[in-house]
Write a protein that binds this ligand. Structure first.
Ligand code: SF4
Length: 332
């Protein structure tokens, strides 16, 4: 049975995820040590301890993501974050930076370590190295791998694998995208936020609603169009004589259709993206995935996603559209 790993950016979202049936919930601390460092999100050390107790009450696990890369001269922030996670007695720490993994592994040998997607480990030798050096117990795979590549990776059986099942997509290799850093000088990889809120502008103009990051025009919406949170990879730009989504259209990953293949490969956990989402969103997504995983468990041979599940997830998706992303990619 695959574990369902849900996001929570607030105590309300945590309760929603647990009540909807998550097996594990991942959270971040209220600073740049996690990759969702947005105002009003995340947990302070007191709330983190409460979150661990709350998860135990539901017999669920509580993971903490300390998955950005320590900035030169600011190591103490990342060290303190690991200390806080260990003191709160979290079920696992999700990390990418070798310095963070090394410190956690040496200082808290009992603390379970998961390799973050931010590490972008895409081959078995890389996973083996992380396991040998830091005793990682699970790896979250980057969303750039196709299903057949994941299957080949799993054959080596280096560590249990977790893959993304639903939510917003990064189209660049995780942990290495520099678009936000290029635009506003802050990188999601060590500041923890792509398009940090202080760089984002929403401006109503006579030509429509404009979104800008660090002054750069990303998109302009007609009254009929809904505007999502602006990220540089999902802007509409002029290329040649056309204005279009040059990198990626707003869309969400949804792997409900390939759930049986993921199970057959031996994937240990399905991760849902969205620590920036509301408790209402978390409730609907987790409830839908709980129903799907339970249905698969009851009858693997006859599993077919119900129409209502796909409809719910489509309505919650960016641009109301979903994709299998790189899982269905045929080129290498
Ligand atoms: S610009 Fe796009 S691909 Fe890069 S970190 Fe932001 S959301 Fe991800």
């Amino acid at each position: 049975m695959m574990d369902l790993v849900a996001p929570a950016g607030s105590p309300g979202a945590l309760k929603a995820a647990l009540a909807a049936g998550a097996d594990a919930v991942y959270v971040g601390l209220r600073d740049e040590t996690n990759a969702r460092n947005f105002p009003g999100l995340n947990f302070d050390p007191h709330h983190l301890r409460e979150a661990v107790s709350e998860a135990r009450r539901f017999q669920a696990q509580l993971y903490v993501a300390i998955n950005t890369y320590a900035r030169a001269g600011a190591w103490d922030h990342w060290k303190a974050a690991v200390d806080q996670a260990a003191e709160a007695n979290v079920s696992a720490l999700i990390a990418a930076d070798m310095a963070v993994l090394d410190y956690a592994c040496r200082t808290y040998p009992e603390l379970r370590l998961h390799l973050s997607v931010q590490a972008s480990a895409t081959n078995w030798r890389s996973l083996q190295l992380y396991r040998e050096l830091f005793n990682i117990r699970r790896a979250v795979l980057p969303r750039v791998l196709s299903l057949s590549q994941i299957a080949r990776l799993a054959e080596h059986d280096v560590v249990p694998l977790e893959v993304f099942g639903f939510g917003s997509l990064c189209i660049m290799v995780e942990g290495r995208c520099l678009l936000s850093s290029y635009a506003c000088g802050r990188s999601p990889n060590n500041y923890g936020a792509c398009s940090p809120a202080e760089s984002v502008e929403w401006i109503t103009t006579s030509q429509g609603l404009e979104t800008r990051v660090a002054g750069i025009l990303l998109d302009r919406f007609t009254p009929e169009e809904s505007a999502g949170y602006p990220t540089l990879c999902k802007g509409r730009y002029r290329a040649g004589d056309r204005i279009r989504h040059v990198f990626e259209e707003p869309t969400s990953l949804n792997t409900l259709d390939i759930l049986p293949q993921l199970a057959e490969i031996g994937i240990q956990a399905i991760k849902l993206e969205g620590r920036q989402r509301s408790p209402a969103y978390i409730t609907q997504v987790v409830r839908t995935w709980r129903a799907a995983l339970d249905a698969y468990q009851r009858n693997p041979e006859r599993f077919i996603p119900e129409g209502s599940w796909s409809q719910t997830l489509s309505e919650l998706s960016e641009g109301q559209q979903t994709t299998l992303g790189a899982y269905a990619r045929v080129w290498r």
